[in-house]
Write a protein that binds this ligand. Sequence first.
Ligand code: GCO
Length: 483
Amino acid sequence: MTVVSPDNRRTRREFPPGFAWGTATAAYQIEGAVTEGGRTPSIWDTFSHTPGKVANGDTGDIALDHYRRFREDIRLMADLGLTSYRFSISWPRVQPTGRGPAAERGLDFYRELVDELLSHGITPVATLYHWDLPQELETPPTGGSAAGGGWPSRDTAYRFADYAGLAAEALGDRVSTWTTLNEPWCSAFLGYGAGVHAPGRTDPADALRAAHHLNLGHGLAVGALRAALPASAQLAVSLNLHVVRPLSERPEDLEAVRRIDAVGNRIWTGPMLKGRYDEDLLQDTAHLVDWDALVHEGDLAEISRPIDLLGLNYYNPTVVSASAPGQALPRDDGHGGGTASPWPGAEDVAFHRANDDLTAMDWPIDPTGLSDCLLAMHREFGLPLLVSENGAAFQDTVAPDGTVHDPERTAYLRGHLDAVADAIAAGADVRGYFLWSLLDNFEWAYGYDKRFGIVHVDYDTLVRTPKSSAHWYAGVIRRGGLD
Ligand code: GCO
């Protein structure tokens, strides 16, 4: 709701009652304790231990030791006044080989985590897959009969649905909002196309197969969750939809937008929310994969099972053009090195910075992309929306007095919350905002170099220190909006 002063200037921006004020994290980025309680390696353990894959050779072995310090971290959340918390469940912690029965010790960790959240009045939102595929589903043990092959293999979608059912049976009495996949674009195209994320493969056809099986896994998991959870459960998916803008209005630049929109966005929203893959996407990629063989009868009905909320992860817009040698940015769109393309069928599209106001990731700051994306999704699908991630990395330093002052992050957050308020004022039904991230953490291929937290972590001592942005966010939550 926007309260307008008599002279028509905005003075105060409030958010709807019940709006979820949250932060988001992911298991591999914070938990550590990678061999505790029977947990087996995920593809990210293997990838981070492979020389040259992650900056400084960093791994998630210890991370923030959240596995042991979760009570302290929840106390921090409570002190900030958070009303909601989005975390992810580590698949190899709760189902170590990716198949068969659940590991009770792994589930107990999440039961305790959720109980602790609830005892502080913080609503849990559980993400089932934030990229930590059990390694055995990628590379089966030798001599076994298991399929393996990771997401390019159809079997992985069924394994994911089984795991979703186990997690829902164990936690469904205390978690009512669930997200199936986090950013399947990254899993498919950074993991199997560009190879800059685990498992580090670079095959455009496998990347497209992975995309379809992630979609199928999502739909099958929605079915498994509905079967295990009360009717009131709220089911979602979190997509990093690309806000794609043309460098110019030239037809070839508009064509570049169409291609990136197809393989970046509509490859997920099409099957999940409309029950189809758009014809132009199929044509763009027909030379790489046989879609008729890939998509089995009944798959699209399965994938398009209704969900209750659409989660958007937004960081920056993307400007594209037809290839113009010398102008293009690295093809990975700012996700960390790599020479292979994460854009099958659109390899010759060139990427440009939207502006030169950059975060430490070199991602341009432009909050209008967030309001544009929320409104576009609202208009197209009419679903309630969550901003399931939004935030920024900056080079934070600890002052001699022990405080961490991060005015750039506060400015970023203020701008983006204002954009959320704009979208709400224009009619979008946005139910919550999950700031990425609560704590500085393992930023995938960048290791611990990039700090996204509103709480600083000293990686030698693991001491947590709320930054000035955390105090600012606590004030926003207290007031229920922006001044
Ligand atoms: C992603 C993931 C997060 C990242 C965050 C910053 O978007 O890549 O969901 O795990 O850490 O987005 O890159």
